[in-house]
Design a binder for this molecule. Structure first.
Ligand SMILES: [Zn+2]
Length: 271
């Protein structure tokens, strides 16, 4: 057993027994770890607010190689993303990102670039304003994470025949990428505009695509169709990422959007 330190993001914090919490955290050095924080719910908890989600913390814990649950010794908040807690849009998006990371990352496998991406995402959530671009950022984050796990969709050539996908036929879910029009014939494909393709390519680290006979025109950098992008990312993840069955936080986000449809200027037209 060794005492170790890590910089981490709290992904989930569950009550355990009378006074403890079980915390799942994403550490820069040790990856996703499960920690038991004894006494964390008592009135004299030594952990304070450090085990609440939406914060970056410095943790000290006893690492025991043969165990999957380690004993947390101390945790100190380095940065609290406070605006996330008071802005519903930010809260749902940040919750969805944490839930996603918590579900898809394997335990104790360091992924510092996913930590970087999560830090950027939480920082961006502090400025979420209910515009369509907020959900686009979440979808890009999801793809970015699974690309690091080796699940990137095929976006630079036809996922079936391997040739240049021109003219383009759409996004093949089971094939895991874009299809040329010949390969798409007779198959179930999702529509894929140039704007959405460019966004997907940037999310997985490819250069933006040039317009190439898509189903409608669009420039790199412009907002994608929210529904089209969401349908593609969601279908891709559900088909290819083991154990992924959607996010509870994202359902809450959709319900909140529907309730406040008329309150945010420009949202209705952006779908
Ligand atoms: Zn093809």
């Amino acid at each position: 057993m060794a005492i170790v330190e890590d910089q981490a993001f709290v992904l989930r914090s569950l009550r355990y027994g009378e006074t403890s919490r079980i915390v799942t955290a994403l550490g820069r050095t040790f990856g996703k770890v499960h920690l038991i924080a004894k006494g964390a719910r008592g009135t004299k908890s030594p952990f304070g607010a450090s085990l609440d989600p939406f914060s970056r913390v410095q943790i000290v814990f006893y690492l025991k190689k043969s165990r999957t649950l380690h004993l947390l010794k101390a945790a100190i908040v380095e940065k609290a993303y406070e605006r996330i807690l008071v802005h519903p849009e930010a809260y749902y998006l940040a919750s969805a990102a944490l839930e996603f990371v918590q579900r898809v990352l394997p335990d104790e496998d360091p992924v510092p670039r996913v930590c970087d991406a999560l830090e950027r995402f939480l920082g961006g959530c502090e400025h979420a304003n209910g515009a369509a671009g907020d959900e686009q950022r979440l979808r890009a984050f999801q793809l970015h994470v699974v690309a690091h796990l080796g699940y990137a969709p095929q976006l630079d050539r036809c996922a079936r025949c391997g040739r240049a996908p021109q003219p383009r036929g759409g996004f093949g879910v089971s094939e895991g990428g874009l299809l040329c029009r010949r390969c798409a014939g007779g198959r179930q494909v999702l529509p894929l505009t140039d704007a959405t393709l460019s966004m997907l390519r940037r999310a997985v680290g490819l250069r933006s695509a040039r317009p190439a006979g898509g189903t409608s025109s669009g420039r790199s950098g412009q907002l994608t169709d929210r529904k089209e992008l969401g349908d593609i990312v969601e279908a891709f993840l559900r088909y290819h990422v083991t154990g992924y069955q959607g996010l509870k936080s994202l359902r809450g986000f959709s319900e909140w959007r529907a309730l406040t449809e008329d309150l945010v200027p420009g949202r209705r037209t952006s779908r």
